[in-house]
Design a protein around this ligand. Structure first.
Ligand code: 13P
Ligand code: SF4
Length: 303
């Protein structure tokens, strides 16, 4: 089917089922263009919590759709490609986290949303890359456990006065970026600002002009008088950056900045998801209730 026809059919089915399509900033262009909302993990979870749609089609990775289901259990939440996962989220499990908690009794656990529902259920509060510093600062304890991203954990430790016990996980996409690549691209474009995601290594963060979530990077560029930017996050974000800022120039920090899982969802999957209302995401109720507490605490800190 031609793209325009697929898009038309998607729109019809969306109305029929009172569905909304949420897409992460890293999704492919066609999927971003068909979505009702495109955003970062925080913004999309806020919409998932507040929407009055009956069906949420989540174009992103598994943990994002799971968070939507945790927050909106009465809605049908669909992840068009069920094996679109996040390798970082798979780097922490409940048993390992329980062991770490047992070594540090009473220390609150802050868990990045890039994690399973079961891990969230073992945590005191969640955070995203847009609010990790605020969430950690809000905790009434000098020491916190931070899972699963060691790079975001290091960034948070550098921005707060807390003692942060950091889990050894990382994003296989952002962790690939080398400080030397930053130096080279800066040499090639000396008048461009370097904007990076906090999932990059501390040595990369140290060379950046600004560190932020994907929505934060979009906001920064929108509000900046600067004209040229080197982008240190997954390349899917370039679509919105270019669309929203036609007068500005963007250079991807390295072509390695591509997340295979974020690229799995195509328009044909979105159409199929709306035709079949599947694959649906389910979360066992006892886990959901505990995970919801951790997510809602986060939403209350920065809403
Ligand atoms: P954001 O919350 O900044 O959109 O990031 C999500 C993510 O998976 C980054 O790799
Ligand atoms: Fe996970 Fe990294 Fe892909 Fe984000 S970019 S979904 S953290 S693997």
């Amino acid at each position: 089917m031609p793209t325009a026809e697929v898009a038309k059919r998607i729109k019809e089915l969306k109305e029929k089922h009172n569905a909304i399509i949420l897409a992460h900033n890293y999704q492919i262009e066609e999927v971003q263009d068909i979505a009702d909302y495109v955003g970062d993990s925080f913004g999309l979870s806020q919409i998932a919590a507040e929407t009055d749609a009956d069906v949420i089609v989540f174009c992103g990775v598994h943990f994002m759709a799971e968070s939507a289901k945790i927050l909106s259990p009465d809605k049908k939440v669909i992840l068009p490609v069920l094996d679109a996962g996040c390798p970082m989220a798979d780097m922490v499990d409940v048993e390992g986290l329980r062991e770490l908690k047992a070594k540090h009794p009473g220390v609150p656990v802050v868990t990045y949303v890039n994690s399973s529902a079961a891990v969230k259920a073992e945590s005191d509060v969640c955070c995203t890359s847009s609010n990790a510093v605020e969430v950690v600062n809000s905790i009434d304890s000098d020491t916190v456990i931070f899972t699963p991203d060691k790079n975001l954990g290091s960034y948070v430790a550098s921005k707060t006065n807390k003692n942060v016990i950091i889990w050894e996980g990382y994003c296989i996409t952002h962790h690939r970026v080398e400080p030397d690549e930053v130096r080279k691209v800066k040499e090639a474009h000396p008048d461009a600002l370097v904007l990076v995601h906090p999932e990059t290594r501390p040595e990369v963060v140290a060379l950046a002009d600004h560190v932020d979530s994907t929505a934060g990077i979009l906001r920064y560029v929108r509000e900046s008088n600067h004209k040229k930017f080197i982008i240190g996050t997954e390349m899917g974000i370039l679509h919105r950056l270019k669309k929203e800022n036609p007068d500005k120039e963007f250079y991807i920090l390295t072509p390695k900045l591509i997340c295979a899982n974020m690229k799995k969802t195509h328009l044909s999957h979105v159409l199929e998801a709306l035709e079949t209302l599947s694959p649906e995401i389910h979360v066992p109720e006892e886990i959901r209730i505990k995970a919801k507490r951790a997510l809602e605490r986060m939403l209350a800190i920065k809403g």
